[in-house]
Design a protein around this ligand. Structure first.
Ligand code: SER
Length: 321
């Protein structure tokens, strides 16, 4: 049985990945870690370690303590925060990856999942149905770290046989844990505000189309690529991955179908420029072919699920307070 370490387990994707991996592999085989106790549900849900992903020795000690063979490296500084702290984003996003790649190269671990992003693309990339192999000139620090990271993953696989697997996540939408510091975060905030305020002021303009995905699909993709036999993984940088694409206006309309009085207004800020540099839709044929990726949630189904789960969540927190 493999022993798994999740780094960045308190974050938006890391938290749901922790729950799912514990369901599949058992609580005793999945260790969660993060730099702080920022998600008490995760901290209290099983084995948890405080871990700075930038600290090679600390990561190595944790790997040895629990006999870890598989690492999911989910810690990263995302696009919007990365523009405010470029060197900190570079330091965290690159060094954490090198530490894990080197632990695998030196035989301490066997398998790595490291997420890439649609942020690897830039304004010179074809925007519709963006191919797997295409022009990549990212303009954000986050995008640069993910693109360089992809090259290093491919290099460590080819030079040292490191079994590293990656997908280019689009914007991920979920109701359990809030995202932090991303350009696609509006698509989560909008559901919360629809319920709590009946109004959302969007930091992107109404026709900004971006690739997005519901969390359940993102977790399924992550589990599938990690469970796939090694020989089926033909891409060792990162796979394009797609589900749905929509604009703020379209998501607002999907919400209005359930909450007719909901209103959206637009006040684009610096994140507009980031969004404008990214693709509108992604060609993920290779992921579908190599490891049978398929998404389940469209905009309508996702909206139903988001609103009903968040309505329950807010209703139960009202009862407590
Ligand atoms: N969700 C990320 C961001 O907005 C993109 O991968 O930065």
């Amino acid at each position: 049985m493999s022993k798994i370490l999740i780094i960045g387990a308190c974050g938006q994707i890391g938290s749901e990945l922790t729950y799912r991996l514990r369901e599949i592999y058992g609580d005793a085989n999945v260790v969660a870690s993060d730099i702080s106790y920022s998600n008490l549900d995760i901290v209290n849900s099983g084995a948890f370690e405080i871990l700075d992903a930038k600290d090679y020795n600390a990561v190595k000690i944790c790997v040895e303590k629990y006999n870890i063979d598989t690492v999911y490296l989910m810690a990263a500084m995302l696009s919007a925060t990365g523009e405010k702290y470029p060197m900190r984003a570079w330091d965290l996003n690159m060094n954490s990856l090198f530490h894990i790649l080197n632990l695998a190269k030196d035989g301490f671990i066997k398998k790595i999942f490291w997420p890439s992003s649609i942020a690897v693309f830039g304004p010179t990339t074809p925007t519709e149905n963006t191919p797997q192999h295409t022009i990549m000139e990212p303009t954000t620090v986050y995008g640069i770290t993910k693109q360089v990271g992809e090259r290093w993953c491919d290099y460590y696989f080819k030079q040292y046989g490191v079994d590293v697997r990656s997908i280019r996540y689009p914007g991920i939408i979920s109701w359990k844990t809030m995202p932090g510091g991303g350009t696609t975060d509006y698509a989560v905030e909008i559901y919360h505000k629809a319920i709590t305020d009946g109004h959302y002021e969007c930091f992107l303009s109404e026709h900004t189309k971006l690739p997005m995905m519901f969390m359940d699909d993102a977790i399924n993709a992550t589990v599938s690529i990690m469970q796939a036999p090694s020989e089926t993984i033909s891409i060792r940088s990162a796979y394009n991955l797609a589900a749905i694409s929509f604009t703020p206006e379209e998501i607002a309309n999907a919400i209005t179908a359930h909450i007719p009085e909901f209103k959206i207004t637009y006040k684009p800020d610096f994140r507009q420029q980031i969004a404008d540099s990214w693709p509108k839709s992604i060609d993920d044929a290779l992921a579908r072919k190599d490891w049978s990726w398929d998404h389940k949630f469209d905009l309508k189904q996702m909206t139903e699920e988001m609103l009903s789960q968040l309505q329950k969540k807010y209703a139960s927190s009202e009862k407590v307070s």
